[in-house]
Design a protein. Structure first.
Length: 455
């Protein structure tokens, strides 16, 4: 076989070996946009275990790094790890958003202890950059690749995805679990634990990632004066999700971690054409109180905002934290510390749409903790404790001297709510910048964003 024939044979073999992964990429990236790098670099077992190169999604340039499970049955070898690290470094050198496609059933144990350092090199390759890392779990992401996924900014899973630190087969046998790996360790589980940002159908991946990139980088369409200056409908009684959707530009809200810590709704959106991170406490779930999961969720969004230079909008209707031993025995204190660190350096606007009680105000709406602007609806309540407690503490002497203690108690609670918890009272103390009608929330936020971006 002459040299020309040998090259043709190698190209044919490479094309056959990478067909599955490239077919998958073809459903994610723009048609015929993929330009492969290092096409024949360090092939193993007749094929390339990691495929990488430039492409576009929705017209936006990205760098793609994809594992090819057709080689070594998806087992992670030392050689594959070296190629994966090389691909990552190439991606970061290109300074583009990086899309990782993971499909690995774990390490090749027969390679021994050398494999352990390969795992470490993969984790070390997940560098912090000023570009987002987007991970798609194509099939399996087991062992070190599950750990790698946790270091990415966004993680996508489909109904076919499985992600686990340990082998699902070993876990199922040890724990006597019934059901397939997709059910036990799939998108539903990882969505509920917050390990997965988005659960989507495979055919929706391209459109969803395109919308995500547009929100992170797009300037936004020109909006008419009617769009910018419209008053909102009955937003006061709307759910947390509907509040966000009314305030945001039409169809721009991308919810993140939808199945995790549902007492907070969080995601990305555009308001007046400006890209923002946005969170809203959800009183329909656990009364909207703060707990370790909800703070962790907000921290994740704050991290995204810091990465993309986006402001964070908080819609606050929160009674604070629950009074319970379960909270005291939780990771609440460490999650508060992480939250405070995550909002450092992030521009923030808070809108008090209901209650801002105790640490609900302190963590989510306090100017001393970094809020650049605090807006309150006329119906807002701002207080250190709930009215039932505050009324008794502040007006305890009056209740004790009253001829009718029961009525005096009710009057004290009402007075505490109407006077001591009034948003105008908080504004007089410099804790709130504006008290507005709820229907003008979008108009005021757009004005705040215009001022923020034009400084």
């Amino acid at each position: 076989m002459d040299r020309k024939q040998l090259l043709a044979e190698r190209q044919k073999q490479h094309k056959q070996c990478t067909k599955n992964v490239k077919d998958f990429l073809g459903n994610v990236i723009d048609d015929q946009s993929f330009v492969e790098s290092n096409e024949f670099f360090a092939s193993e077992n007749g094929g390339k275990s990691v495929v990488w190169g430039q492409a576009s999604i929705g017209g936006k340039l990205v760098f793609v790094v994809a594992q090819n499970s057709e080689v070594t049955q998806g087992g992670m070898s030392k050689q594959q790890a070296e190629k994966f690290v090389k691909a990552c470094n190439t991606a970061y050198d290109n300074n583009l958003p990086t899309v990782f496609v993971l499909d690995s059933c774990g390490g090749k144990i027969e390679e021994g202890v050398a494999l352990l350092d390969s795992y470490a090199s993969i984790l070390a390759s997940a560098k912090e950059t000023n570009q987002p890392s987007i991970c798609i779990v194509k099939g399996n992401a087991l062992g070190s690749m599950a750990l790698f996924a946790s270091l990415c900014d966004f993680v996508y899973m489909t109904e076919e995805s499985v992600m686990a630190i340990n082998s699902p087969a070993v876990l199922s046998a040890q724990e006597n679990l019934s059901g397939n790996a997709n059910v036990l360790f799939g998108a539903k589980l990882q969505g509920e634990t917050g390990a997965c940002t988005f659960v989507v159908k495979k055919e929706e991946l391209s459109a969803h990632i395109s919308k995500l990139l547009d929100t992170l980088y797009g300037v936004g369409e020109d909006l008419s004066d009617a769009d910018l200056n419209k008053a909102l409908g009955k937003i006061e009684s709307a759910s947390a999700v509907d509040k966000i959707k009314q305030i945001a530009d039409k169809d721009s809200f991308i919810e993140c971690y939808a199945d995790y810590a549902k007492n907070v709704v969080a995601g990305l959106a555009k308001i007046g054409g400006y890209s923002v991170g946005i969170v809203a406490t959800n009183k329909d779930e656990l009364g909207g109180v703060l707990c370790p999961g909800s703070l962790s969720k907000i921290s994740k969004i704050a991290d995204i905002c810091y990465l993309g230079g986006l402001p964070l909008i908080s819609l606050v209707d929160c009674q604070g934290a629950p009074v319970s031993m379960r909270l005291e025995q939780s990771s609440m204190l460490s999650d508060v510390a992480k939250y405070v660190q995550s909002i450092e350096g992030v521009k923030r606007i808070s809108v008090i749409t209901g209650n801002a009680i105790g640490i609900g105000y302190t963590l989510l709406a306090s100017k001393s903790l970094g809020c650049d602007s605090v807006i309150a609806w006329e119906s807002a309540v701002v207080a250190p404790v709930a009215k039932e407690v505050g009324g008794l503490v502040v007006y305890g002497d009056e209740i004790a001297k009253a001829d009718n203690p029961v009525q005096a108690r009710e009057d004290a609670i009402a007075k505490y709510e109407q006077v001591d918890s009034d948003p105008y009272y908080a504004a007089e103390k410099g804790l709130i910048d504006k008290v507005i009608e709820a229907k003008y929330t979008r108009i005021h936020l757009i004005a705040e964003l215009q001022a923020m971006f034009n400084k």
